[in-house]
Design a protein around this ligand. Structure first.
Ligand code: MV4
Length: 589
C-alpha cells in the first residue's frame, strides 16, 4: 500500500481524502495557498507545505510548486480530488515519471474522454449508444439543417472539447442554425481554446442519471450504482440522490453494464462516472467524468463502500476489495451542496466571507463532508462549496424528510448559503413525486420568495431596506423566537451565551476578502474566466465593495467588487469577453 499521500486540493474534498487515509494508516500531506495557511485541510493533515500565491493559478495549479512539495514530503501517491489537476494528463504523467502514483485513471483514458466526439466514438465502439448525433466536426450550418430534417427538431450543437453543458446551443428550426453554430463555435473557442462542434438530437425533458464505476489494474471493473443529479441550475448540481427515483432494476442493470463497457473500451481503471441522459425509459451516453465526483458520498451511503479507500488500493497496485456480485445497494441517500451563494430570487450570487457560527446537523444517518469550521473564511478566490450534507433513509421519502429535518437544524452565520433553496427543492411536491427533470429548477421552481435574510414585506419606498433577524427572548420563563425587521445597514444579532435575550448590534462582516475600501481604483479580476455581465457604466458613482461585474470562472459566477468608492472612469470589458488573472476590468477615479 501507499504510505504517504499528498492531497493536491483544498476544502471539503481534501478533508474527505485525509480522513480515509488516516483510517488506512496512510500519512497525509496537505498543500496550501497563502489564503489557506490556516485552513481545515491544513490543520487536519500530518504535514503541510506552502505553495505560495492566492489565486488557484498561483497555488493549486502551480505544477512546479506541487512537484516540489511532493519531493520534499517524500509522498508516494497524490490524490488530486476533483477540479484542479484531477483531469490534467501533463500533471499525471509528470508525477508518474518521478515514481509517484497518481490516484486516478490512466492519462490515455482521460484524453479519450476529454474530447466529446472521441468519447462518443469510444462508447459507440463499446456498443453503447449516445444521443443520436453526428460524430463529424461541423463546418457549415447546412450540416445542422440536414441533421434536423432527418432526425427532427430541436437539435443541440455542442463543443467537442467542452463539457458540463457550457457552449451548448439548442436549435429549434433551420433558420436558427447558422447563428447558433457561429455562437457555439465562438464560445467554444473562448472557453476551451478549440472551436470544434458537433450536433445531436436535443432531448427536451431528460433526467441526468450517472453511473459510478471503479476498476483495478488487473482488468476488474464493476459498476457501483447510479446517481440522479437532475436538480441542478446552470449545470451546477444542487441535489443528488441514489438510487434514481422510479428507475427500474433492469434499466439499472443495463446502464451499469453499459458504463463498464465504456470504461473498458478506454482501458480505464480507478474511479470514474459515466453520465447518461434518461428519457422515456431509454438512456443515452453523454460523457465520462474521469475523476472522483463531488456527489460520490450518496453512492457510499447506499453501498457501504469507501470509494476513496478503493481508489487508494487500486493506485497501490492492489485488486478491488470486492466483486460485482458483492455489491449490495440498500435504502436511499440524498446529498445537498451547501455553497456560499445567495439563492435569493434564483440568482445564486457568490457570498464569500467569514463563517462566524457553524452548527452542523447531527442525529441518525446524517453525514457532513465539510471544508470549514466556525472561524474560517470562504474566499472569493476558490469554489465556494462549504460542504455537503448527506442523509440516508430506508426509502426515498424517509431520506427526504430526514434531509428537511437536518436542513432545519443547520445554522451558519456570516455567509449566505444555498440552504433555503434546498429547503424549497426538497419540500416541493414535484421533487417529492420525483417528476423533476434537468430543467425543473430553472423553469418550474419559484425561488423568488427564497432569501436567507428576506426583505420586510412592509418595506416602504424611500425607507432603507429592512432585513429579518431572528432573536430568542424569554417572556415569563417561556422561550419565544422573535423576528425583528431592522435596517440592513445596522444588523442586530443575538449573542449566544450572553445574558438571556441580550441583543447587540454588530457591524456587517467584511464582504469578500479584498473588497475593502482603499484600493487604487483599478479593479482587476482574480482569475481567468469570462465576463458574463457588466453592472456599471462610465460616469456611475460606485461604493467600495459594490459589484461592478460578474465573472464566470471554474464553473462559478463570481462577483467582482469595486475596491474603492468613486466614479467609474473606464469600463474595459463587455459581457462575453474572456479575461485573464489580473486583468483590469473597471477603473474608478
Ligand atoms: C443534452 C441535453 C439534451 N439533449 N444533450 C448539459 C450538461 C452536459 N453534460 C450535457 N447537457 C445536456 N445535454 C442533448 N442531446 C440536455 C443537457 C442538459 C443537462 C444535462 C445534464 C444535467 C443537467 C442539464 C441541464 C440542462 C441541459
Amino acid at each position: 500500500m501507499l504510505t504517504k499521500v499528498l492531497i493536491a486540493n483544498r476544502g471539503e474534498i481534501a478533508v474527505r481524502v485525509i480522513r480515509t487515509c488516516r483510517e488506512l494508516g496512510i500519512a497525509t500531506v496537505a498543500v496550501y495557498s497563502e489564503l489557506d495557511r490556516d485552513a481545515l485541510h491544513v490543520r487536519l493533515a500530518d504535514e503541510a507545505f506552502a505553495l505560495g500565491g492566492q489565486t488557484a493559478a498561483e497555488s493549486y495549479l502551480n505544477t512546479e510548486a506541487i512537484l516540489d512539495a511532493i519531493r520534499r514530503s517524500g509522498a508516494d501517491g497524490v490524490h488530486p480530488g476533483y477540479g484542479f489537476f484531477s483531469e490534467n494528463t501533463d500533471f499525471a504523467r509528470a508525477i508518474t515519471a518521478e515514481g509517484v502514483a497518481f490516484i486516478g485513471p490512466p492519462p490515455e483514458a482521460i484524453e479519450v474522454m476529454g474530447d466529446k466526439i472521441s468519447s462518443r466514438i469510444a462508447a459507440d465502439k463499446a456498443g453503447v449508444s449516445g444521443v443520436p448525433g453526428d460524430n463529424t466536426v461541423l463546418s457549415d450550418p447546412k450540416q445542422v439543417i440536414a441533421f434536423g430534417e432527418k432526425h427532427g427538431w430541436p437539435v443541440a450543437i455542442k463543443a467537442a472539447y467542452g463539457g458540463g453543458g457550457r457552449g451548448m446551443r439548442v436549435v429549434n428550426s433551420a433558420d436558427e442554425a447558422a447563428a447558433a453554430l457561429e455562437s457555439a463555435q465562438s464560445e467554444a473557442l473562448k472557453g476551451f481554446g478549440r472551436s470544434e462542434c458537433y450536433v445531436e438530437r436535443y432531448l427536451t425533458w431528460p433526467r441526468h442519471v450517472e453511473m459510478q464505476i471503479i476498476g483495478d489494474t488487473f482488468g476488474n471493473c464493476v459498476w457501483v450504482g447510479e446517481r440522479d443529479c437532475s436538480a441542478q441550475r446552470r449545470h451546477q448540481k444542487l441535489v443528488e440522490e441514489s438510487p434514481a427515483p422510479a428507475f427500474p432494476d433492469d434499466v439499472r442493470q443495463a446502464m451499469g453494464e453499459a458504463a463498464v463497457k465504456v470504461a473498458q473500451a478506454c482501458g480505464y481503471y480507478n474511479a470514474g462516472t459515466v453520465e447518461f441522459l434518461f428519457q422515456d425509459g431509454e438512456f443515452f451516453f453523454l460523457e465520462m467524468n474521469t475523476r472522483l465526483q463531488v456527489e460520490h458520498p450518496v453512492t457510499e451511503f447506499v453501498t457501504g463502500i469507501d470509494l476513496v479507500a478503493e481508489q487508494i488500493r487500486v493506485a497501490s497496485g492492489e485488486k478491488l476489495s470486492f466483486t460485482q456480485d458483492d455489491i449490495e445497494r440498500r435504502g436511499h441517500a440524498i446529498e445537498v451542496r451547501v455553497n456560499a451563494e445567495d439563492p435569493a430570487g434564483g440568482k445564486f450570487l457568490p457570498s464569500p466571507g467569514p463563517i462566524n457560527r457553524l452548527s452542523i446537523p447531527q442525529g441518525p444517518f446524517v453525514r457532513w463532508d465539510g471544508g470549514y469550521e466556525a472561524g474560517d473564511a470562504v474566499s472569493q478566490y476558490y469554489d465556494n462549496l462549504v460542504g455537503k450534507l448527506i442523509v440516508w433513509g430506508r426509502d426515498r421519502e424517509e431520506a427526504r424528510k430526514r434531509m428537511l429535518r437536518a436542513l432545519d437544524e443547520f445554522v451558519i452565520d456570516g455567509v449566505t448559503t444555498t440552504i433555503p433553496a434546498h429547503k424549497a427543492i426538497l419540500g416541493h411536491p414535484d421533487f417529492a413525486a420525483a417528476v423533476h427533470s434537468t430543467k425543473w429548477v430553472e423553469e418550474r421552481l419559484d425561488l423568488s420568495g427564497v432569501s436567507a435574510a428576506p426583505m420586510a414585506p412592509s418595506a416602504v419606498d424611500g425607507e432603507p431596506a429592512k432585513v429579518r433577524r431572528d432573536v430568542d427572548v424569554e417572556v415569563n420563563g417561556k422561550r419565544f423566537s422573535v423576528a425583528m425587521w431592522v435596517p440592513e445597514t445596522a444588523p442586530v444579532v443575538a449573542v449566544a451565551g450572553g445574558a438571556g435575550g441580550a441583543v447587540r448590534a454588530r457591524p456587517k462582516p467584511a464582504a469578500a476578502s479584498g473588497a475593502a475600501a482603499g484600493g487604487n481604483g483599478a479593479v482587476a479580476v482574480p482569475m481567468q474566466g469570462t465576463i458574463v455581465k457588466v453592472l456599471v457604466a462610465v460616469g456611475d458613482a460606485v461604493e467600495a465593495g459594490q459589484a461592478v461585474c460578474i465573472l464566470e470562472a471554474m464553473k462559478m459566477e463570481n462577483q467582482i467588487n469595486a475596491d474603492t468608492s468613486g466614479e467609474v472612469k473606464e469600463v474595459k470589458v463587455e459581457a462575453g469577453q474572456a479575461v485573464g488573472a489580473g486583468d483590469v476590468v473597471v477603473v474608478i477615479g
